[in-house]
Design a protein around this ligand. Structure first.
Ligand code: N01
Length: 536
């Protein structure tokens, strides 16, 4: 740790965010001998798993994959209780990691970064926070999460509602009781779809306000027996090796043949097997499913049949079937009993395409079709994804250039990690990398390792500033766009494309070329002496 003329502490590295990526970054930089400081808005570690405590919150990636691989002893000693971990267990895991590696002492909690400015003269970032503190560091690592900037729609009359208002993305620590209450849920993405079955069991009545239907596949969750756990533990090294260069950072593989290369019977068997395997994996049953509309249609029709078979009322079933996107082009939701919930007598679905909301009133929601009286209104309305956590802070680089200006027409990055004009800054899990299309935990480790290697290299070579060349960032960003055009992803208006936020530039933001290919590109840049980066 150093100091400057004003007595301010100057760190080597400042890490913003204490979720999966931030915690590993703190560990890795300290291990490499850097003086590292963490800053976190929440009172505890966990990132998205700290805030998203809504009933039913659960990860759609298997717990054995959605966990750190960097330390074999950690991997062997932590015992996951379920195949798909629920939020409390994931949070407990992250708290365990923070304690085990003594990371909490490095973090300033309840401190939100409000601005960050690069000072060219001394090659330092000056960071302001909502506690009034100013921090200085040579390197700024943003581990602020791609789904952390909460989106609350601006609906007329919202402030008039006299009942209780809840947000899935900022759920109270003491869970409210819904017994005997009339509950409304606005939004049917993953958060809404996971919480709706549980709210329906407790509430007197549940009204689901759906603007766009989403595809959801049941999660075949199960308690992991000791026998199963021993098998997983023994297989961990092989599982991790397979995941490291796999398209989604997990060991699962699609069916060996394309959907259109096989007959109807074989297709249905493959789809049924994948449906039973459950969750987001269904979106990748066949290798051509996300690139060929006809192949996608095969899987889409299969999923729609399932919905019709589960939901008794044909009008409700029809309303629950998406009409505006190929399956998987919006993230497939993973549920436990979602469609079955609509067979309950206390649950009704309001199709906002047929009867749009006109306003929120003191007593509920008014639509073109009527008045819905509510005691509780739950917003499950998503996030300003991928860029929101950066654009909501006053972030300025060389010559005071603002991130909002550099990204005015969409995010420009090199490998997703570097932004031209923003020296010594690295953004983890944001636009331009596989991000949410991959297992975020292994992805975070891969990115942190790459950045830590680069910072170590700079330190040992007397480098003050490192940033991507503008042309390298343009080339990478064009590559990201080109790859997405080979897929069906751009056909959906989703948070992947910025379409859920008014005025946000449109474009498919994650790198859809696969985690393995992304890792290979990063490895290649490193072995080519950090080709594409400028050093001063
Ligand atoms: O958010 P979303 P989410 N009036 O953006 C609706 C991850 N995640 O928090 O589609 C009415 O998907 C909006 O409608 P529309 C996962 O990656 C993972 O649910 O814009 N409705 C939509 O239905 C996921 O994809 C897990 O027409 C309005 C909903 O709100 C991502 O987070 C669990 C509206 C928002 O859905 C985001 O999921 C949870 C308005 N004015 C989340 N504005 C797991 O691991 C918005 N909506 C399982």
């Amino acid at each position: 740790m150093g100091g400057n003329a004003s007595g301010q502490q100057v760190r080597d590295v400042l890490v913003v965010g204490a979720g999966f990526a931030g915690l590993y970054a703190l560990h890795r930089f300290r291990q490499d001998g850097f003086d590292v400081q963490g800053v976190e808005a929440a009172p505890g570690v966990g990132g998205t798993w700290y805030w998203n405590r809504y009933p039913g919150a659960r990860c759609d990636v298997e717990s054995v994959d959605y966990s750190y691989s960097f330390d074999e002893r950690l991997q062997q000693e932590w015992r996951w209780s379920e195949r798909y971990a629920a939020q409390p267990e994931i949070l407990a895991y992250l708290e365990h990691v923070a304690r085990r590696f003594d990371l909490e002492c490095l973090i300033r909690f309840e401190t939100r970064v409000t601005c960050a400015r690069f000072d060219e003269q001394d090659s330092m970032w000056t960071v302001g926070t909502d506690t009034g503190d100013t921090l200085r560091a040579r390197y700024l690592v943003l581990a602020t999460g791609c789904l952390s900037a909460v989106h609350t729609p601006d609906i007329p009359g919202a402030a008039d509602f006299a009942g209780e208002v809840l947000f899935t993305a900022n759920w109270p620590h003491h869970p409210p009781s819904f017994e005997g209450r009339r509950v409304g849920v606005l939004g049917t993405g993953s958060s809404g779809i996971q919480s709706i079955p549980i709210l329906a069991r407790e509430a007197a009545s549940l009204t689901v306000f759906q603007r766009s239907a989403n595809y959801s596949v049941p999660m075949p969750n199960q308690v992991l027996s000791d026998e199963e756990w021993e098998r997983i533990r023994a297989d961990y090294p092989a599982r991790r090796r397979k995941s490291a260069y796999a398209p989604a950072g997990t060991p699962h593989e699609p069916y060996p043949k394309g959907a259109l290369e096989i007959g109807e019977e074989e297709r249905r068997a493959a789809l049924e097997a994948r449906w039973q395997q459950g969750g987001v994996l269904f979106g990748k049953t066949f290798p051509d499913q996300m690139s060929d509309l006809a192949a996608n249609d095969v899987a889409r029709r299969f999923a729609e049949e399932k919905i019709r078979r589960i939901v008794h009322d044909p009008v409700t079933a029809r309303d629950l079937i998406p009409t505006d996107h190929p399956i998987g082009t919006k993230r497939i939701c993973t549920d436990i009993g979602y469609y079955e919930t609509f067979n309950r007598p206390n649950v009704r679905l309001v199709n906002l395409r047929r009867e749009p909301i006109t306003r929120i009133t003191e007593t509920g929601i008014r639509t073109g079709g009527g008045e819905y009286e509510l005691d509780v209104l739950v917003y499950a309305t998503g996030f300003d994804a991928m860029t929101g956590s950066l654009s909501r802070m006053a972030l300025s680089g060389r010559d005071d250039v603002r991130i909002q200006d550099v990204w005015a027409h969409g995010p420009l990055t090199y490998l997703g990690l570097g932004i031209p004009g923003f020296p010594n800054l690295f953004n983890l899990g944001g636009p331009g990398c596989p991000s949410v299309l991959a297992n975020m935990v292994l992805h975070s480790e891969q990115q942190v390792d790459w950045v830590a290697d680069l910072v170590t290299w700079c330190a040992s070579n007397g480098i003050d500033q490192v940033e991507p060349r503008h042309d390298a960032a343009v080339k990478w960003t064009e590559h990201v766009q080109q790859v997405s055009r080979r897929t069906l992803f751009p056909m959906a208006s989703s948070w992947y494309t910025g379409a859920n936020i008014e005025g946000k530039p449109r474009g498919f933001m994650p790198y859809a070329g696969g985690f393995g290919n992304y890792r290979t590109s990063c490895d290649q840049v490193r072995s080519d002496g950090y080709e594409g980066m400028v050093f001063t």
